[in-house]
Structures are given as structure tokens and as C-alpha cells.
Ligand binder design. Structure first.
Ligand SMILES: [Zn+2]
Length: 330
């Protein structure tokens, strides 16, 4: 299973934490509940990502509540139709079509009784998702994806700062004997505890942005250095360092999906013929893919990528064409 669900055995039944993404994984959780021989008392949702709620309806029969804070439930309700159009086609038959949204809203901070157990839930606000929450029973803390040891972070929701602040709070607020149960990765016994919460400094470790000799840097080598490392790009406040995570954003950058957002929109493409950082071939693919009839490609005989940053031989004709192009259409 790519997503962790947890089964909590209480005196009066069993509680499941998080509802899985795929049909088969959700059914596997459901049969684990069945094998326990206990009645399911409820499914708790830690945060509004589909891999944590989409399968809840396959685990909880209609009479069994799906519990979440209002903040978590609101985002699920807001985004479910959109997730259906994005995740549905990706998952095919494995995407649960009968998805249950949380139907028992719990107040953060006030105790919840379920399966003969006393639970607590706290909202931690935007972080890994638009609304994270933590469920706890005694020293067992179900932290969703706030912290998944040894796994890449999911950054697409964009709350980097708030997330780091959440981790900082988690480090201070969780009791020393707390055991964290994360939404992905190895079971908790191994390492997850307040001690494993990275400090904000560690989780945003920095490396040089450029290095002339090709040493460790986000953009190693001579050409990036010639621009960012020299007076060509001097700017007050700039220092030669970026977060290590920036490299991942660079590696996973995919301009091609941008073409799909251009449908029907006039587009002017300006690109150098020689460019080792943004491939001219890829630019052409994007141009071909853009579903718009009003499109134009201006190729410039550049010698490298940074020519188009500040070299008037190339920037001037690019700016001139852009100016005319805008004047023709606005
Ligand atoms: Zn997740």
C-alpha cells in the first residue's frame, strides 16, 4: 500500500485512520477490519488529499461515520469534483467512484469518544495540504502527511512557510513520548517521534545557486555562472544560495503542460535556436501542442541560453516583436 491506514482497536470497536486512494487498497483495509472481528466505529480523515479520503466510502458502510474537522471537510467538499476530473482518469478503475465526504464534523480541541476511546483532534492549518489535522489517542499521534520520514515532500499545495511553522509547533507541542504515525512510509516504530521532526533549518537546507567549476550547485557550470555569478546579474540582496528543494522543482519542471492552458489564447513563442538549458526541440513540441490557431514562433540565432537574458543582439528583436504583437492584439 502506498498510503498508510491505521486500525485502532478500542474496547467497543475499531477505528480506521485515513481512507486510502485506490479501490483495492480500500477493500484491503475493509477486509482487515472484518478479520479483526470487531465493529467499525468510524473512519478518521487527517487531511483533504484524495489518497487519504477517496476510499473511505469503501471502508465505512453508510451507518458508520467518517470524521474530520470542519477545515478538512470543507476542502474535501470544495475540491472533490476537481479531484474527480484530475485523479479519476489517472487511476481508471482503481478510482473509487462512490466517495464519501466527512459527515461527522468534530470540533478541534474538544474530546471525541469513539469505540470506547477518547480521541483528540487538532487543526494545524495549511501545510502539506490546504488543511492539515492531527488525531491523537494518548501518545499515539496520527499526523497525516505533516511528516513522512525519508519520503519526498509533496509541495504542490504551496504552503511551504506554514508547513515549516507547523513542524516547528509539532516539535514543541508533542510530548516527548509521542509516537508519530505518518500517512506514508515505514511504520512508526522505527524513528518517528518528536525527535524526528526536522528543524526548519534542516528541512530548508541550502546549496549554492551556481558554481563556475561545476561543483555542487543548483545550476552548476560555466554558463549559469557567467550570468548569476558575475556583475551581469548583480542585484542588491542576492546571495549565491537556494534551498536544496529548488533542485527538485527544476528537475520536475514541465513546460509542456503549459501548452494545454493556451487553448484558444493567442500565443507568441520566442526561443533561441541554441539552448542547452531549455531545449529548442521541446519548445517546438509545445508550440505544436498549443491548441490555438493564432500562434507564431520567432526563432533567434542565439549561441546559448543566457543570450536571451540581457544580450541586446537577441533581446532587442524579441522585445520589438513582442511589442508589435501585443499592439496588434490589444
Ligand atoms: Zn498522502
Amino acid at each position: 500500500m502506498a498510503v498508510n491506514s491505521y486500525l485502532i482497536h478500542g474496547p467497543d470497536g475499531i477505528i480506521v485512520v485515513d481512507g486510502q486512494l485506490t479501490v483495492s487498497d480500500a477493500l484491503a483495509v475493509s477486509s482487515a477490519v472484518e478479520r479483526s472481528g470487531r465493529a467499525l466505529a468510524g473512519v478518521l480523515i487527517t487531511h483533504p488529499h484524495p489518497d487519504h479520503y477517496a476510499g473511505a466510502g469503501l471502508i465505512a458502510p453508510p451507518a458508520v461515520p467518517v470524521l474530520a474537522t470542519a477545515a478538512v471537510a470543507d476542502i474535501i467538499r470544495r475540491d472533490d469534483a476537481l479531484k474527480d476530473t484530475i485523479v479519476g482518469p489517472m487511476m481508471g478503475e482503481q478510482w473509487p467512484t462512490r466517495r464519501r465526504l466527512p459527515d461527522q464534523i468534530v470540533e478541534p480541541g474538544s474530546p471525541v469518544s469513539l469505540a470506547g476511546l477518547q480521541l483528540a483532534v487538532r487543526d494545524t492549518g495549511p501545510g502539506e495540504s490546504h488543511a492539515d489535522s492531527i488525531w491523537s489517542i494518548g501518545s499515539s499521534w496520527f499526523i497525516g502527511d505533516l511528516l513522512c520520514p525519508d519520503l519526498d515532500a509533496y509541495l504542490a499545495d504551496g504552503h511551504y512557510r506554514a508547513w515549516l511553522a507547523s513542524l516547528e509547533r509539532l516539535r514543541h507541542d508533542a510530548p516527548a513520548d509521542a509516537v508519530f504515525h505518518a500517512g506514508h512510509g515505514a511504520p512508526p516504530a522505527a524513528t518517528a517521534s518528536p525527535r524526528s521532526v526536522p528543524t526548519s533549518r534542516r528541512s530548508s537546507a541550502r546549496i549554492p545557486a551556481v558554481d563556475r567549476d561545476g561543483g555542487p550547485a543548483a545550476m552548476p557550470g560555466r554558463e549559469p555562472w557567467d550570468y548569476y555569478g558575475t556583475e551581469r546579474s548583480t542585484a542588491p540582496g542576492w546571495t549565491n544560495r537556494v534551498t536544496r528543494m529548488s533542485v527538485r522543482e527544476l528537475l520536475t519542471f514541465d513546460a509542456a503542460i503549459g501548452a494545454d492552458f493556451l487553448a484558444g489564447t493567442p500565443a507568441l513563442f520566442v526561443h533561441g535556436r541554441r539552448d542547452e538549458f531549455c531545449s529548442p526541440g521541446a519548445a517546438d513540441v509545445i508550440y505544436q501542442r498549443a491548441q490555438t490557431t493564432d500562434k507564431e514562433f520567432l526563432w533567434l540565432d542565439t549561441t546559448n541560453h543566457i543570450d536571451l537574458y540581457d544580450n541586446p543582439t537577441y533581446v532587442d528583436p524579441a522585445a520589438a516583436r513582442l511589442s508589435d504583437w501585443l499592439a496588434e492584439r490589444l
